[in-house]
Design a binder for this molecule. Structure first.
Ligand SMILES: [Zn+2]
Length: 186
């Protein structure tokens, strides 16, 4: 094995063992997508599921592990399951904004933790690519809120990192540029 493989193997087995001691199952599926299209998810207090035929499955595992760490540290917002964070058209704007903002802030916190893991353990994951994907994901949540006619408050917009601050009214051109340029650094 190369050093990179050894780093990953050591990291992965130590995290799986930590999860198992906490009573969390790790389920690795020999597929590239799970039902619903995700590469992985953390089901609070129960399990982490990852589709290991996707080339980014390692980054997904680290991300879901960091959701577990958020959960363990008692971070607010973990009582809502993934299914409760979808924004629907019949929601009141205030309700949609609340859900979108809580989801985004939870994901930002998770992604900062994941970037620290990637760097601290020299994992074979490109941190810049990871951060760009994380921002694109945050934008997707922001737009799902925008589709439900959400007007994010100034305080919420101010809490977003970097370029995302300027995006209450996003055009497709702005979106393409931000997805290409955005970078989250802690
Ligand atoms: Zn997440």
């Amino acid at each position: 094995m190369t050093d990179i493989d050894t780093n990953w193997a050591n990291y992965f087995f130590s995290r799986v063992s930590e999860l198992s001691q906490a009573g969390i199952d790790v389920s690795l599926r020999a597929t590239s997508r799970l039902e619903g299209g995700a590469i992985g998810y953390y089901y609070p207090h129960v399990k982490i599921v990852v589709a290991i035929r996707d080339p980014d499955w390692r980054a997904t595992f680290v991300h879901e592990y960091c959701h577990f760490r958020q959960d363990r540290s008692g971070r607010k917002g973990w009582d809502c399951r993934a299914a409760d964070t979808d924004i629907t058209e019949d929601m009141l704007p205030a309700e949609a904004e609340y859900i979108a903002s809580q989801t985004m802030l939870k994901e930002f916190d998770c992604d900062r933790r994941a970037l620290r893991e990637i760097k601290r353990h020299s994992l074979p994951i490109d941190a810049t690519v990871y951060a760009k994907d994380a921002n694109a994901y945050a934008l997707q949540i922001l737009y799902s809120g925008a589709g439900a006619q959400v007007n994010f408050s100034k305080a919420f917009i101010a809490a977003l990192p970097g370029d995302l601050k300027k995006t209450p009214q996003m055009t497709p051109e702005m979106r393409a540029k931000i997805e290409a340029d955005a970078y989250v650094e802690d």
